[in-house]
Design a protein around this ligand. Structure first.
Ligand SMILES: [Zn+2]
Length: 283
């Protein structure tokens, strides 16, 4: 580690339609951005396209690479354990090892929602708070918990995952697991669109948070994802329902919108790369 402030960290945000890349300095500032279409040719093709995109950044002194990617990622091996068909052939892809081989860099891989949550917790709306619960509401519902600057994974990789909380109502669009009495079935973007009632969905999320915060007791809740961009009709309903239901000591917990936008997963992935030890040898 040189610690001279000149080194940068590479980041990838792999999605179903596009791959975003960035170089991020040690302060969390994005220095370069790139993007490419995600090929529909399976995991190997996606990894190859991601490595080609990174090569466009030139010969900056990159120390490590962090990757946010869809699906459940094995934290020991950096391999995709399971994934939906948003990326055909993605399950089973050895993302960490394949990118390490192609780039020569130490690589950290994490689920894309976790990367987003980590970016917001470290450098965005959650900065300065010790324990941050991140809630992402978009095509699906996701969550992650950051404590003391570290992402919590839990024993089975689901710590902070809020999609499958049981709710009293049945939603119009099934949860990713197939059930309709899970939070995601009521609060996801497609569910809100189908029901046409963003404030009601916000209230359901707010009540769920009231229970969750009694368990987790974070310093702040950050709400991101596409639905958060609905803005006041949704977020005000979340906050009002939360304050009405939460235990008195929890009612003042800040519930704040995410603020890094599409940079959040890139900054989070780069922050994870900063936690990796440098490889031995010279460069
Ligand atoms: Zn579910």
């Amino acid at each position: 580690m040189t610690g001279d402030g000149r080194e940068v960290f590479a980041a990838l945000d792999i999605g179903g339609t596009k791959i975003a890349a960035a170089l991020v300095d040690a302060d969390g500032t994005v220095q370069w951005r790139g993007r490419a279409a995600t090929p529909r040719t399976g995991g190997d093709g996606v990894v190859a396209a991601a490595a080609r995109l990174l090569a466009e950044a030139g010969d900056a002194p990159v120390r490590a690479l962090g990757v946010g990617a869809p699906g459940v990622i094995d934290q020991e091996t950096g391999r995709v354990v399971s994934a939906t068909e948003v990326l055909p052939g993605w399950a089973g892809t050895p993302v960490r090892d394949a990118l390490a081989e192609r780039t020569g860099l130490p690589v950290a891989v994490v689920n894309d929602v976790r990367a987003m949550a980590y970016g917001e917790a470290r450098d965005g709306a959650g900065a300065g708070h010790h324990r941050v619960l991140h809630v992402s509401v978009g095509t699906g519902v996701g969550g992650a918990l950051t404590t003391g600057g570290r992402l919590e994974h839990g024993a089975h990789g689901t710590a902070g995952e809020i999609a499958h909380l049981l709710v009293p109502e049945r939603g119009p669009v099934p949860c990713g697991c197939g059930r309709r009495d899970h939070l995601e079935a009521v609060v996801s973007g497609p569910a809100i669109e189908a029901a046409g009632d963003a404030p009601h969905a916000g209230s359901v999320l707010g009540r769920a948070l009231a229970g969750l915060l009694a368990v987790l007791d974070p310093d702040a809740v950050v709400i991101g994802g596409g639905v958060a961009q609905i803005g006041a009709p949704f977020l005000d309903a979340v906050t009002a329902a939360f304050r009405a239901e939460a235990l008195p000591p929890l009612r003042a917990t800040p519930i704040v919108p995410a603020r890094l936008g599409t940079d959040a997963p890139l900054v989070g992935a780069a922050r994870l790369a900063m936690t990796l030890r440098p490889q031995g040898g010279t460069r």
